[in-house]
Unconditional design. Sequence first.
Length: 259
Amino acid sequence: MLSGFIGLLHQPTAAFAAGSGSGSATDDTITAEATLEVPPQAATDTCTWRVVTSITKTPGPSAGPITVRTRNGVRETLYAKYCNGVSTYHWISDNTAPQAASKANDKVSKLIPMLVARTAPDAAHQVVNVGTWFWVPKLMWKPISVTAYIVAGEAVIRITTTATPTNVVYSPGDGNEPVICRGPGTPWTSSNGDNDTSSCMYTYRSASHTQPSGVFKSKTSIEWKITWTSNLGARGNLGTVRLGLNSNVRVLEMQALSR
């Protein structure tokens, strides 16, 4: 379980630009737990969240926007929660959503399927100066999402982390740089022959018999972009991960070879 902090606003007399309706005012701070299990409240939750853009204290020594504060070294943002026509105001740590997103990302990483890669010619029959097509099945080319939930009274904060495949990366193993192509690549068919080209293609210029093992150690990978969004309106980027499959490639010195 991951803890996030949501504090109810202690402001007996205030005017908020974010909304209208009755509001609660206490000085309680509640600790909410982020979970990957769908809470019962999620089925009936119709609440919405909005960042409060302005607040004016009355009375007070000064007036102005104070929607962000730092408490105990942690930055917090003020949100309005609207549930059934009633609004309440909450300070939410800026770390809450990113930490929950990271928790969801741990599960996303486990759900990414084992890579299945294809080449033409196949790995045992590559040919010098004949382009090697590489691709992954389109069934694998789909985003994977996991949602973390934080219960806040009758409302539920949702943070969804998504891994989206973006690139196929082919590392030929012959000392040259990897080839990066956008998308899953195009499957080769016999109608393409040896002269057609693909955006996901690499051409070996030397045979592999010069290698100690007689093969090049290649690797085909999918690059996944990890992002998160939440119903608080916040979003973020958790970077990219590259997961691949190693293969021994035998490259022959022949003019042409059936794929």
